[in-house]
Design a protein around this ligand. Structure first.
Ligand code: ACO
Length: 345
């Protein structure tokens, strides 16, 4: 599908909305992940299309990606991540008040992936639904969890980012096929002591950029057509510039709102879209790469799963300790963006 709408990323930049976390504080109590076992390397892709390990590694930082076997569902990956996050948090599924799944690749328009996960976990009664904001879905869903806990409408919320993007890939399009992968990550969010947990948020969207990253023939509603395979399409270089810009602006915004200096960020967990995007933004923010979580080499871009996949790895490797300032930041199709600064509980 040819994308015709242009989007001037910088000159059209919108003012950002940011706000301090209010009400009862909430924090991440445990994280978990689940990725398909099957791995496709750049060398495998060399045999499938006109590309090279050198190009992919140098232009994106990706070396491997985990790809679901045909028939593997998004809810299965989501459930695997959910179980490991619940275990890490020491929470029983029956104690969940809410289950939120961020995904752009649900197994069907309905029921929601969240309700399928709920069924697998045997947690009837919790409110369960999906959030679609492309790669920003996980951060949007986290903000919903924080809001419900802040206003005492929930005590314990399971937030999941899960994708089987491989079924939306056109393997004749080297511009997208080499970039995306499958996986899931989850976080249990709970009420926290004052001064801990989420400190500030920056969330926004700019629908003028709707055509920059698409799936299916959105002008004709072709996603729903039986004989149409919905493929991911994007204006890569434009999204690249938008991404660097929005990462820098969001980081600045959430830090200012929370009254924390950029230099006091202990760990930045960015959406893993392209290593060069992360590197360019980190340099401009002034963060050394030792304070940035990067695992795009292993997973590629897993959309809503990428932030929890990188966060879980950082936690598992002991890179996050109580009291650390942790910044999560995403962007994606829509265009959408979302960031939060938290004090690790
Ligand atoms: N292998 C070899 N060559 C390739 C490949 C490939 N896989 N893909 C593109 N090329 C070629 C192009 O054909 C082009 O060749 P030409 O110069 O002869 O015309 C050349 O490489 C440069 O192409 P560009 O698209 O300009 O390459 P760029 O350096 O911008 O990298 C990329 C492309 C990786 C897509 C980059 O633009 C990017 O990461 N953009 C951001 C994408 C993103 O963040 N998306 C997130 C949203 S996802 C969501 O919301 C679901």
């Amino acid at each position: 599908m040819a994308i015709t709408t242009s989007y001037r990323t910088r000159s059209d930049a919108v003012p950002l909305r940011s706000f301090k976390a209010k009400g009862r504080p909430s924090a991440i109590a445990g994280v978990g992940v689940h990725a398909p076992e099957k791995v496709i390397t750049n060398l495998d892709l060399e045999k499938m299309m006109d590309t090279s390990d050198k190009w992919i590694t140098e232009r994106t930082g990706i070396r491997r990606r985990h790809i679901a076997e045909p028939g593997t569902t998004t809810f299965e990956l989501a459930t695997g991540a959910a179980r490991s996050a619940l275990k890490a948090a020491g929470i029983a599924a029956k104690d969940l008040d809410m289950i939120l799944v961020g995904t752009s690749s649900p197994d069907g328009p309905f029921p929601s992936v969240a309700c399928r996960v709920q069924n697998e976990l045997d947690a009837p009664g919790a409110v369960a639904w999906d959030t679609l904001a492309a790669c920003t879905s996980f951060v949007y869903a986290l903000s919903i969890a924080d809001s419900f806990i802040a206003t005492e409408r929930a005590d314990t919320v399971l937030v999941i980012g899960a994708e089987v993007l491989s079924r939306m890939l056109d393997y004749s399009d080297r511009g997208t096929a080499v970039i995306f992968g499958d996986g899931a990550g989850a976080a249990v969010v709970r009420a926290a002591p004052k001064g801990a947990g989420f400190l500030s948020w920056c969330l926004g969207s700019d629908g003028r950029g709707y055509a920059q990253v698409t799936c299916g023939n959105i002008e004709k509603g072709a996603y729903a057509a039986k004989d149409t395979q919905p493929f991911i399409d994007m204006v890569g270089p434009d999204v690249f510039k938008f991404a660097v810009d929005i990462f820098i602006r969001q980081a600045t915004e959430v830090c200012q709102t929370a009254g924390v200096a950029l230099d006091d960020i202990d760990l930045w967990v960015p959406h893993q879209a392209n290593f060069r995007i992360i590197d360019a933004a980190a340099r401009r923010i002034g963060l050394p790469m030792e304070r940035v979580a990067v695992n795009i080499d292993e997973y590629g871009n897993t959309s809503s799963a990428s932030i929890p996949l990188a966060l879980e790895e950082a936690v598992r490797k002991g890179r996050v300790k109580s009291g650390d300032h942790v910044l999560l930041a995403g962007f994606g199709s829509g265009l959408t963006w979302g960031a939060t600064l938290m004090k690790w509980a």
